[in-house]
Design a protein around this ligand. Structure first.
Ligand code: FE
Ligand code: ZN
Ligand code: FE
Length: 192
């Protein structure tokens, strides 16, 4: 598609995001199945539900614009997801969960970039309702990213302890950090 107005670029960006969300909806069940940590599985499951809502928001916005949401293939998300699934396949437990978080956070950041842009275009073009829907999704992606960071605090340490690499001193240091995180209860709060 050749776009020569911000309006057209906006529509293209919405379609790209729609394709990204559809690909995520397809990929998440496989990730959930492969996840070892129950907390990670729950977080991914919750985000799957949220993702379905996010896709339907784009349908609503496109309908009002008179655009077909299914007009693009997000090649970026295709690559991010492919790299993630290849990485996860290469890793065995419990490093696999850490690899999954690494992959999932790339997905969230890619989405955050797209939603920030689309939200700004919507505001500039005077689509206030669409702008606030896109802002809502942007906030959800940020929340998902933070939840993953919280889970990583524990699961990265488990991966570290399982591997024979690194010095003992490093492992000990990381373990005490992990223990502290558990005791302070940040884990439960972040995962909520
Ligand atoms: Fe999303
Ligand atoms: Zn894309
Ligand atoms: Fe997301």
């Amino acid at each position: 598609m050749t776009a020569n107005s911000l309006q057209e670029l906006y529509a293209e960006q919405l379609q790209d995001l729609y394709s990204a969300e559809q690909q995520i909806i397809k990929a998440l069940p496989k990730m959930i199945e492969a996840a070892q940590s129950e907390e990670l599985r729950n977080a991914l499951n919750e985000h799957l539900e949220v993702t379905r809502t996010q896709a339907s928001r784009i349908e609503t916005i496109c309908e009002e614009l008179g655009e077909d949401p299914e007009n693009e293939k997000c090649k970026g998300m295709e690559g991010v997801l492919k790299e993630g699934s290849d990485l996860v396949k290469e890793m065995s437990e419990p490093v696999r969960d850490a690899a999954m978080i690494a992959a999932a956070q790339r997905v969230e950041h890619y989405e955050m970039a797209g939603y920030g842009t689309a939200r700004t275009y919507a505001s500039l073009l005077g689509y206030d309702e669409a702008a606030s829907l896109l802002e809502q999704t942007l906030e959800e992606e940020k929340e998902a990213d933070q939840t993953l960071s919280g889970l990583a605090e524990e699961l990265n340490v488990e991966a570290l302890e399982a591997g024979g690499q690194g010095t003992g001193e490093e492992a000990e240091h990381a373990t005490s950090r992990g223990e502290r995180a558990k005791k302070s209860g940040t884990r439960g709060k972040r995962a909520a």
